[in-house]
Design a protein around this ligand. Structure first.
Ligand SMILES: Nc1ncnc2c1ncn2[C@@H]1O[C@H](COP(=O)(O)OP(=O)(O)O)[C@@H](O)[C@H]1O
Ligand SMILES: [Mg+2]
Ligand SMILES: [Zn+2]
Length: 511
């Protein structure tokens, strides 16, 4: 008898429906065709054990299993469940009348329990798109899949539960969630700006960065609060829309990083990979391509602490994805795209000893060493960083102050307001969503300077020996400062503030 079940494969962050056909006839051999990898091939032995262990009979006949489409590589053991169900149905041990309704995935333990899979959210979205009635996923993955509305999502922890449900049309295992409710319920931040004493100028710089989508680097000695401030950046960004949350969740689901009790990544992600990270770890890759940190930070924040300690080559591979906001991973058989739209916040000590420019401690580094420390950072990466902020440690008297600082909530409201202005400004431009994304041409359209503004910039460039690349960045940042000020025009005061955020461009830095 011939029976069909449906599973799914992940390509990039999207799912593809895989048809599993099982035919049982006279004979005594087991065939698995359609480009399965080793893990799928090994499933034969597992399936024999599982089916016998749950008290059913593995048919001792000729079994042909075909997985289509054949040109999609099928990885791992997550096909155990649809294959086992198909074998049970083809040998008439369970009913086959509902098999066309469901897409199912799950790895099986020898005792028949179902282990979690990657990419359940993408699978649910695809199954809905293809008009399946429902999906069957491991219990651990049911929360992430159930966020998709308009399709029945069942979560089970044992194959016998799946069999019972298919035989008896029961609703056991059905989980219903509302995406909007989840977004509201889960929208809480772990860290708040109010914990940071003093540092008003740094908070201001981060507010500007958040408002215009500008990448930022903080330069300061150890213990000055750089990490503390970076961790609080997500809390001043606008809340994620449901589309953004789904997109980020899909990536985390594909990477197998969603905790089983959560359905949505509802707060902007904050990723802080260590400087020893590999190219593949940062941008994605591997034999079976997996998203890297820049994709896990999708719609959120990527924090690169101790930037000069990263291998130059690792930083170089980030350049193109940062430009395109997408990363393409090419392998012999497959090419996949992962979204990579994130805000970069980097941190570094000002010099190898950490105390260059320190108000109290003495730096022991020679000027040449300070310069070459900075030069370790790749130029093209520095080109994507609009704001440089020097962080000096808060004096003890201020740290001991018991008054709370400004709350993230208040800053976030201002950021949202400035974001709305930009939304309006760029409403006819598909590629640009915020000030940071403007190209040179856009600057002349949206960032006209008046006579006194132009003069100020000219003097600043000369006096502070700012490099040419500082020029466009100062104008972009001043556009954001003007937006925060609700000002249609960029005023001299906006420019004057923006000029302060280019420390590392000064030719005399380190001398
Ligand atoms: N402005 C501040 N307000 C409150 N605590 C601070 C501040 N700056 C530093 N600290 C304290 O010092 C610790 C070290 O700061 P950290 O962010 O790790 O510094 P850095 O990353 O610059 O080395 C923080 O965990 C925090 O407890
Ligand atoms: Mg730190
Ligand atoms: Zn030093």
């Amino acid at each position: 008898m011939l029976v069909k079940t449906f599973g799914s494969a992940i390509h990039g962050i999207d799912a593809i429906i895989i048809t599993i056909e099982v035919n049982i006839s006279q004979g005594k051999k087991f065939y698995l065709v359609g480009l399965p990898d080793n893990a799928v091939k090994e499933s034969h032995h597992r399936l024999v054990a599982v089916i016998n262990n749950i008290g059913n009979k593995f048919p001792r006949r000729r079994i042909v299993i075909n997985m289509a489409p054949a040109d999609i590589k099928k990885e791992g053991s997550a096909y155990d469940l649809p294959i086992a169900i198909a074998i049970l149905a083809a040998s008439e041990q369970i009913s086959n009348h509902r098999l066309n309704d469901f897409v199912m995935m799950g790895e099986l333990s020898l005792d028949g329990s179902i282990k979690p899979v990657k990419g359940a959210l993408s699978m649910a979205l695809k199954a809905k798109e293809d008009n399946f009635k429902g999906i069957i996923v491991p219990l651990e993955n049911v929360m992430e899949a159930a966020i998709v509305e308009g399709i029945d999502v069942y979560g089970f922890s044992h194959i016998t539960e799946v069999m019972a449900m298919l035989n008896n049309d029961t609703k056991a295992g059905l989980v219903e969630l509302s995406a909007d409710d989840q977004l509201l319920k889960l929208n809480t931040y772990t860290f708040d700006f109010e914990d940071v004493k003093g540092q008003e100028n740094i908070k201001r710089a981060l507010e500007i960065a958040a408002a215009g989508g500008h990448n930022v680097i903080m330069i300061g000695p150890p213990g000055s609060g750089k990490t503390m401030l970076a961790k609080r950046l997500p809390s001043i960004l606008p809340p994620m829309s449901i589309e953004e949350a789904l997109e980020t969740t899909k990536i985390h689901s594909v990477a197998g990083l969603l905790p089983s009790d959560s359905s949505l990544v509802s707060v902007r992600p904050y990723r802080s990979p260590h400087h020893t990270i590999s190219d593949a770890g940062l941008v994605g890759g591997g034999t079976y391509p997996q998203p890297g940190e820049i994709s896990l930070a999708q719609n959120g924040v990527l924090f690169l602490d101790e930037l000069p300690e990263f291998k130059r080559s690792v930083l170089e591979v980030m350049r193109q994805p940062m430009e395109d906001r997408i990363v393409t991973i090419s392998r012999a058989r497959v090419t996949v795209d992962y979204p990579a739209s994130f805000m970069l916040i980097a941190a570094m000590n000002p010099c190898p000893c950490g105390y260059y420019n320190h108000p109290e401690k003495d730096c022991v580094c020679s000027p040449g060493i300070v310069k070459s420390y900075l030069n370790k950072i790749s130029g093209p990466l520095m080109d994507r960083i609009d704001l440089h902020v020097e962080v000096t440690p808060v004096p003890f008297s201020e740290l001991a102050d018991t008054r709370a600082g400004i709350k993230s909530e208040i800053v976030r409201q201002r950021v949202i307001k400035a974001g709305k202005i930009q939304e309006q400004r760029f409403k006819n431009q598909k590629e640009i969503h915020n000030n940071a994304q403007m190209g040179t041409k856009d600057l002349s359209t949206y960032c006209q300077l008046d006579e006194s503004g132009r003069n100020l910039l000219k003097i600043a460039m000369e006096k502070l020996s700012l490099s040419a690349r500082a020029y466009d960045r100062i104008i972009k940042v001043s556009r954001t400062i003007a937006d925060l000020d609700n000002s249609e025009f960029i005023k001299t005061e906006h420019l004057a503030e923006a000029i302060q955020y280019r420390s590392l461009d000064r030719e005399n830095w380190g001398s």
